[in-house]
Design a protein around this ligand. Sequence first.
Ligand SMILES: [Zn+2]
Length: 228
Amino acid sequence: MNWRLAKSLDVLRSQVNDRWPNRKKENDGTIGDAAHSARSSDHNPNGAGVVCALDITNDPATGPDAGFLAETLRQSRDPRIKYLISNKRICSSQVQPWVWRPYSGINDHTHHVHISVGPEAAKYDSIVPWTIERTTATQQPTEAKMQATGGTNAFVWGNWLGAIITALTQFITPDLLTNLLGNKFAWLVPFVTFLINAIGHGTTGNSSTSVLPGITAPMPAVNPPSTV
Ligand SMILES: [Zn+2]
């Protein structure tokens, strides 16, 4: 039977090959084997003879870390993605969109990441380049770290928020606030100063594994003048 790979997946595979020229390919896959053809799978050609699924081998040593690649693709929310499977998890663009859910299929997908595209030809044959890497600025911690911190980005946000608030506490002085707010809102100055300091204290000293800082200091009494 004549079949071909969806053009979008051809592009994806080429990008991965270019990025990791020495990557292992032993668990790569396109068209399904006999076991696949016995069940519904995007590895079987669709009505137009197009295979809309690609498996890419997990190869953290010389190629892509499949779990990391899966997470990068999930974060990209590429509209061509139908679903991703990696490390006993599935993420669909349709069912609970872009949320990892447990996957209990026959294959754990610990040796490769599965990418399904479509179902429309406009999606599966689109040759727009994929996002297969995250830039340094948005680099996420590894999956292990993410799981250790509750599977969220709290780890990163804690660091960022801490840095921003530390910068703010250096920069924002009562004088500056008075200038910014004007005399009309001068009563706000001590309040805002207190708030920034309180948040700053809540953040500094927290380790990199901290979640968002909590404000434990009591709120100041604020008595706005009756003329405001
Ligand atoms: Zn697959």
